[in-house]
Design a protein. Structure first.
Length: 399
């Protein structure tokens, strides 16, 4: 029997039949179906299920209580994301419990499996909402008022799904029950593939953030407005994309303008306004700040025929994360001489690291492709990840 037989139902949820990618945005029907899948799979194993007030779902092996070992990841996706990002960590946590039970293991301390809410931030713009709210890194008043593209707030979306948004905020009681947290995730890069290793450990997460550029121009006719009489925010958007590319190379970081809203979005109309989002990451905070400031400076320079005004709003900023050395060393002692490598991708484990000793297990990604329908992983490496996680849980919670 495969360690991932329980994944068959999850594999079908929220998958676009045209692109093959997933669209599991927070609090939408597809994501709610994923939540139901997790709860049903947990109860089928005799695990006790809890919903916390920040939208996260917990499943307990052993009596819920202090000194618990936390496992898990997320089930939401980016637009047309891959099937393994986040979901691999949740499915592997369930499979690891199956494996340990089959071997007759029993927890000497509680094991808490979690599916975090809205890790990607694809709908409301801010990543790791569930873990940020839980740790107090995000103001609940700001969170409840976040608005999606259709004008619905997070609070309204939660209420429509039957969750009370009034309790959002720092959860010291929930955090106090965790003695450590281990997240398994597909590697979003080719480090393990180049090392020839099926699993590895994370050392750190690059600092990263998202900035919203509001470019305001003047709507007008595309055919009758002279070129030297235009205020076209598309010109400013072009400068933003080029500036981000230039600054990323200069600062040895990465920068992407991957989301754009254009009004009125007509082929024969000069846009009146554009909202564009910059995602920027760098090896250290000084480099990240320098890179973003370079982009800001470029956008502040006058541009003939461009937007009348440019406003920049920082929507999120996550400082560099260095995972707990002692916990990582213990995992490496359990797993053997596996590679240890940093990542530029953000994770819920990185948010929890400020409050709880945290580690990450990576599973090999043969092509390094992620946030894409082409994201893939081999069955053998999936099973290697489950085996590694089971050995870690056995060492941390079953002795």
């Amino acid at each position: 029997m495969s360690a991932f037989d329980h994944w068959d139902a999850l594999w079908r949820i929220g998958r676009d039949t045209t692109t093959g990618g997933y669209r599991r945005f927070a609090w939408t029907p597809a994501e709610l179906e994923c939540r139901q899948w997790f709860e049903e799979e947990a109860r089928r194993r005799g695990l006790e299920v809890e919903r916390d007030r920040n939208g996260n779902i917990w499943a307990w092996w052993g009596r819920p209580g202090p000194s618990a070992v936390g496992l898990g990841s997320h089930l939401d996706s980016v637009p047309d994301g891959g099937g393994y990002d986040g979901a691999l960590g949740v499915a592997s946590a369930l499979a690891a419990i199956d494996l340990l039970k089959a071997r007759g293991a029993e927890p000497s301390r509680p094991v808490a499996l979690v599916s975090f809410s809205d890790e990607e931030g694809a709908r409301f713009g801010v990543p790791c909402l569930g873990s940020q709210l839980m740790t107090g890194a995000l103001d609940p008043a700001r969170a409840v008022g976040l608005v999606d593209q259709e004008g619905m707030t997070l609070g309204e979306a939660m209420a429509a799904a039957g969750w009370d948004p009034g309790g959002l905020g720092r959860d010291d009681t929930g955090l106090g029950r965790l003695s450590m947290f281990v997240e398994l995730h597909i590697e979003q890069g080719r480090g393990l593939a180049e090392d020839g290793a099926p699993v590895g450990l994370a050392s750190a997460i690059w600092p990263h953030g998202r900035w919203r550029f509001r470019l305001r121009g003047e709507a007008n006719h595309a055919g009758t407005t002279a070129m030297d009489e235009r205020h076209d925010p598309m010109l400013s958007l072009a400068r933003l994309v080029q500036g981000a590319n230039h600054e990323a190379h200069r600062c040895c970081g990465v920068a992407t303008v991957g989301k754009v809203h254009v009004e009125p979005n007509g082929t024969n109309a000069i846009p009146s306004s554009i909202d564009a989002w910059l995602d920027a990451r760098a090896p250290d905070e000084g480099g990240l700040d320098d890179m973003v400031e370079g982009v800001r400076s470029a956008m502040a320079q006058p541009l003939a025929g461009g937007a009348r005004s440019v406003e920049v709003v920082q929507e999120s900023y996550t400082r560099a994360v260095h995972f707990d050395d002692a916990l990582r060393d213990r995992l490496r002692a359990t797993l053997g001489d596996v590679p240890v490598l940093p990542t530029a991708a953000g994770h819920d484990a990185g948010i929890l690291a400020s409050r709880v000793p945290t580690a990450m297990l990576f599973v090999r990604n043969p092509d390094g492709v992620s946030h894409s329908p082409d994201e893939r992983i081999t069955d053998d490496d999936c099973h290697a990840g489950v085996e590694a996680l089971a050995r870690v849980v056995e060492d941390l919670a079953c002795r």
